[in-house]
Design a protein around this ligand. Structure first.
Ligand SMILES: *Cc1c(COP(=O)(O)O)cnc(C)c1O
Length: 490
């Protein structure tokens, strides 16, 4: 692979804007000359007619198709290759669910349609709530939130409403230092102060620390289990007891549910509120900013606070219920991202309970296979057993002047998407790998071999790794600059 270190002279992948291929007079359609001669003001009042022509690119149909096909080929996707982004659970999405989601019966329903005319859709939503409740051990589920972070916000609003109903809002929420950034953000938006819990040397929360930090002002603990090191919080039930004794609630960030489906249930280990990331755990499209779905599950006592509407099954059929005085209100127009929920529903129906459990077991197996093959080449800050993802760092490579970013960029020259880097924050130079269950041993081996080869390059020729990538249309981008000063116009 070392021969890849030079940039090719000619880059077929260099693609400009469509305006750059515009040529005066080219068009992608034919209109009969007699039609073109017609005076538009005969049908449209003159004051609505544009005075100047629209400044659109002038291109033929093949020009347009080729332009966008070339652009699409620059996009790395799960359909194109291994995508080991830790914490993100980049599963392959079976095409059958896309087909189901495109059924006219689903696609053509209008959200304002009378309930009696879309009973099938409501039945799917109702059943989906039951499935998620069963998988998680929670008592009631709302499918309304549109993403994980939105689920967190909804869950925290429920916790807030619960404490308010008891007469004291309380002021703070305990969050481990391994948490995803959205956890403290959602908490802060709800007006709570975030109190950080430090992980112990095993990469877990120690019940003694929780005992020391919790008091009557603690509204909740917000915990991710397994956590973002891929480690199952072994003391979770003890921690839940400590929080409950002080009148607080246990929120679980369920983004990592793919590690424990059909094996252990948050509702059984003391969780009161949690969110699911359907787009991570249940094979629905994911990435590029959406769409997502972040249902929230709660224990019975919190059910009255769930967002409206709720779906009820009554003798005459399914209907939405809005009259719920304790509800936190609406969090989303209509009832969640239906087409995403639909794909997740199809996935759960196809997999069944045993299939979901097998998926988790395979995800854990793949991650542990990669971990055991890489542990002699990359440093691990925590040696505790891990589930579906594993975290390394650049500690061994630092002596050659190579950093995690360099390793990630070099992986692109091997045709692979880099893992998540520099997260979780408690691991300096973190490299966080999550293969998911849909990867074969061959795919895992290809990734392992690339990582080992890069580790060897770091020793033998670190400057190659530090200069990577060489094979991509652009080399090192100023990512922060692109965010701060985006150039959106040519
Ligand atoms: C992805 C993720 C979130 C946020 O979920 P979104 O659907 O991206 O909003 C929260 N916590 C963890 C641990 C995650 O991995």
């Amino acid at each position: 692979m070392n021969e890849n270190k030079k940039t090719p002279e000619f880059k077929a992948s260099e693609e400009g804007l469509i305006f750059e291929i515009s040529k005066e007079g080219r068009r992608g359609y034919c209109i009969a000359p007699s039609e073109l001669d017609r005076d538009p003001s005969a049908t449209i009042p003159k004051r609505y007619l544009r005075q100047e022509p629209l400044p659109l690119p002038q291109t033929s149909e093949p020009d347009v198709v080729r332009h966008f096909t070339r652009l699409a080929s620059l996009n790395y996707s799960k359909d194109g290759g291994f995508y080991p982004l830790g914490s993100c659970t980049m599963k392959y999405n079976p095409k059958a669910y896309e087909y189901i989601a495109s059924y006219a019966n689903f696609e053509d329903t209008h959200p304002y349609q009378p309930e009696e005319t879309c009973q099938g859709n409501l039945e799917i939503l109702y059943e989906m709530e039951q499935f998620l409740a069963e998988i998680s051990g929670m008592d009631a589920v709302s499918l309304a939130p549109a993403a994980g972070a939105h689920g967190e916000l909804t869950g925290m609003l429920i916790i807030r409403a619960y404490h308010l109903s008891k007469g004291n809002l309380r002021t703070k929420v305990l969050i481990p230092d391994t948490a995803h950034g959205t956890n403290p953000a959602s908490t802060a938006i709800c007006g709570y102060k975030v109190v950080e819990i430090k992980s112990d040397k095993n990469g877990m929360i120690n019940p003694n620390d929780v005992e020391r930090l919790v008091d009557e002002e603690t509204a909740a603990i917000m915990i991710t289990n397994p956590n973002t090191l891929g480690i199952f919080e072994a003391h979770i039930d003890e921690i839940a007891d400590i929080i409950h004794k002080k009148g607080g609630l246990v929120y679980m960030d369920g983004a990592n549910l793919n590690a424990i489906m059909g094996i252990s249930r948050p509702g059984d280990f003391g969780v009161d509120v949690m969110h699911f990331n359907l787009h991570k755990t249940f094979a629905t499209p994911h990435g590029g900013g959406g769409p997502g779905s972040g249902p929230v599950g709660v224990k019975k006592e919190l059910e009255p606070f769930l967002p409206i509407p709720r779906i009820a099954k009554e003798s005459e059929g399914f209907r939405f219920i809005y009259d719920r005085p304790l509800s936190i209100g609406r969090v989303k127009t209509f009832y969640g991202n239906f087409s995403v929920i639909l794909r997740a529903y199809a996935y759960i129906r196809e997999m069944g309970g045993e299939g979901l459990r097998l998926a988790s077991e395979m995800a854990v197996l793949n991650s542990n296979y990669i971990r055991s093959k890489l542990k002699n080449h990359y440093h691990q800050s925590y040696t505790t057993d891990t589930l579906h993802e594993c975290v390394f760092s650049d500690k061994y490579q630092q002596q050659y002047g190579v950093k995690t970013l360099d390793i990630a960029k070099r992986l692109m020259d091997y045709g692979l998407h880099p893992p998540t880097i520099y997260f979780p924050l408690i691991v300096h130079g973190a490299i966080m790998i999550e293969p998911t269950e849909t990867e074969s041993k061959d795919a895992c081996d290809e990734f392992i071999n690339a990582m080992i080869s890069i580790a060897k390059e770091c020793e033998a020729a670190p400057e190659i790794v530090k200069g990577a990538p060489y094979t991509t249309p652009r080399r090192r981008l100023d990512e922060a600059g692109a965010v701060r000063e985006p150039r959106l116009k040519w």
